[in-house]
Design a protein around this ligand. Structure first.
Ligand SMILES: NC(=O)c1ccc[n+]([C@@H]2O[C@H](COP(=O)([O-])OP(=O)(O)OC[C@H]3O[C@@H](n4cnc5c(N)ncnc54)[C@H](O)[C@@H]3O)[C@@H](O)[C@H]2O)c1
Ligand SMILES: [Fe+2]
Length: 422
């Protein structure tokens, strides 16, 4: 049990607005924050009628607008630099982002470069951003990454084998407008992988290592581990997402299900934006780079295996996750934790998430490379509730490659009896 949760920390936008139709509040908020707006999106979304409505509303509120719709999948550094040039040419004093996590992440780094100059590379890692960035209004169109409330952007740099993060509380958008109607157009596959990403955010945030609180914890680290505040958001996110993800995938026009998913993804963002994520996200970095599969598909494929590896180190939390997912608690924490792992695996299978890394297209010959590179994602590895070395990573990756969840659980039943709890 990861107890002693007296420490709490929330970092969030100055204003979070949630609700169907609330995208129409964007122009009014923008008019309070700037005069010259750069809109950041991708080519598909800039052709959407909702985008034209937003741009016209900004003009109607007295703002001069320019559009950068060159955000590309995987977020290569070059497209971010092109976005920053567009912002400088326009002399933008506010940035609005509308789109999935890729567009929101792009806008964070564009707003950063417009404020502090330099190149994205100058800010890789944690706490490298020197001060506040331009006001940023974020409107997510997936449910999702939670990027509308998080302090991190994830980029692809051709000079590096894996994606890389820029993490700083200064990247948290000023205003987050979460309108579930914007997600109605997500096709089932996108709904499934982005929703599964949100559930892994909440599960990993709720089971991350709890750090000893000291007065430097909230300033020295962007991700501080599980705490009394992030737990509130994580559990509610799990309840909402578990109760609505299958329906949102099956019936994309069900606004109730979409609204529950959007709220769940937002709350999961508030949880992991402070607590951090762990092994499932660490292993997805090399898997995504090698298989070119979506971030959400990779983290969801890995999640049950990571839970199985960790289970003795966070049994009480896993049991609570099961209750939040609607399972009846038996009172036997061990049994309830195992049931929770099986329920996550069942849910992801029901929405057609691949059950193995092999199904994601990973070759057996790359398993060692994946295990080694995963350990390189130190900010995520250090957050895992069970300490991870190369042997541990290799065991998780091997089980996830072949779908051997039972074997991983059985191995841990034996080894965990020998390992002292932290
Ligand atoms: N910053 C964070 O906190 C954070 C957290 C997790 C993941 N990420 C990053 O976010 C990215 C993934 O974001 P994502 O899952 O939202 O997908 P995405 O932004 O990569 O978008 C995927 C595709 O879906 C399309 N799309 C978006 N909204 C749509 C809609 N409403 N209808 C139809 N199509 C739509 C986009 O045009 C794009 O083609 C990855 O780069 C990942 O690394 C960031
Ligand atoms: Fe994620």
């Amino acid at each position: 049990m990861l107890s002693n949760l007296n420490f709490g920390l929330t970092r969030a936008p100055a204003c979070i607005i949630f609700g169907p139709g609330q995208r129409n509040a964007a122009a009014l908020h923008a008019a309070r924050l700037g005069r010259r707006a750069l809109l950041v999106t991708d080519a598909r979304l800039s052709a959407d009628p909702d985008f034209a409505v937003l741009r016209d509303a900004l003009s109607g509120a007295g703002l001069e607008t320019a559009t950068f719709d060159g955000v590309e999948a995987e977020l290569p550094v070059a497209c971010i630099e092109a976005g920053a040039r567009a912002g400088r040419d326009h002399e933008a004093d506010i940035v609005l982002a509308i789109g999935g996590g890729s567009c929101l992440d792009a806008a964070k780094v564009i707003a950063l470069l417009l404020s502090h100059g330099g190149r994205p590379q100058d800010y890789y890692g944690e706490n490298k951003v020197p001060g506040p960035i331009l006001p940023l209004i974020a409107l997510p169109t997936t449910a999702g990454t939670g990027s509308e409330v998080t302090p991190v952007a994830v980029l692809a740099d051709p000079e590096r084998a894996m994606k890389i993060g820029v993490a700083s509380p200064y990247l948290i958008p000023t205003v987050s407008i979460c309108d579930p109607e914007l997600t109605l157009s997500c096709p089932p596959g996108l709904t499934a992988v982005s929703g599964a990403d949100a559930l892994t955010h909440a599960i990993e945030a709720f089971t991350t290592l709890h750090r000893d609180a000291n007065p430097n914890l909230s300033t020295d680290h962007v991700f501080t581990g599980k705490n009394a505040m992030s737990d509130l958001f994580a559990l509610e996110a799990i309840r909402l997402i578990a109760g609505s993800l299958e329906q949102a995938v099956r019936a994309g026009n069900d606004l109730e299900a979409r609204a529950a998913m959007s709220r769940g993804a937002l709350l999961a963002g508030l949880a992991f934006g402070v607590a951090g994520t762990a092994a499932a996200h660490a292993i997805q970095y090399p898997v995504g780079a090698l298989t070119h599969t979506p971030h959400g598909a990779g983290v969801a494929t890995l999640m049950p295996y990571v839970m199985a590896w960790n289970h003795a180190y966070c049994e009480a939390e896993l049991a609570q996750i099961g209750s939040a997912m609607g399972l009846d608690a038996t009172g036997d924490t061990h049994a309830d934790a195992l049931a929770s792992i099986r329920e996550v695996a069942r849910l992801f299978k029901a929405i057609a998430i691949p059950e193995t890394l092999a199904e994601l297209g990973l070759a057996d010959s790359l398993l060692d490379q994946v295990a080694r590179n995963s350990l390189g994602a130190e900010r995520l590895v250090k957050n895992n509730p069970r300490p991870l070395d190369l042997d541990g990573m290799s065991r998780i990756v091997a089980a996830a490659q072949t779908g051997n969840l039972d074997n991983l659980l059985a191995q841990n039943e034996t080894s965990n009896q020998k390992v002292a709890m932290p």
